[in-house]
Design a binder for this molecule. Sequence first.
Ligand code: FES
Length: 114
Amino acid sequence: MYNYTIQSLENLEFIEIAPVSELPNGERLFVDIANKSIVIFNIAGQYFAIGDVCSHDDGPVGDGIIEGNNIVCPRHGGEFDIRTGRAMQMPAVVDIPAYPVKIIDGNILVGMPK
Ligand code: FES
């Protein structure tokens, strides 16, 4: 399981995704990077990126509602911390990937493992 919070940032390659104008406050952006489905959030100007596949039963976790720091998987209600990908609520017990996000020159970049 990849989680940047426990990895060295030196092992990441930041990939340009889109201009920030394509991800307004409160919205989410679904992208595929290196054959991985990823969802990026803009929450009050803070950006987060997690894998869009639930670790419980492959549900579309990125479609879930956000409660506090958690996103609630729409399939069975498992919850994950969108900052770290950590599984927070049953039936989810395995973390999902989380990726760092940078804004540089008005563009969104997501850090992927090299
Ligand atoms: S598929 Fe997400 S909680 Fe079951």
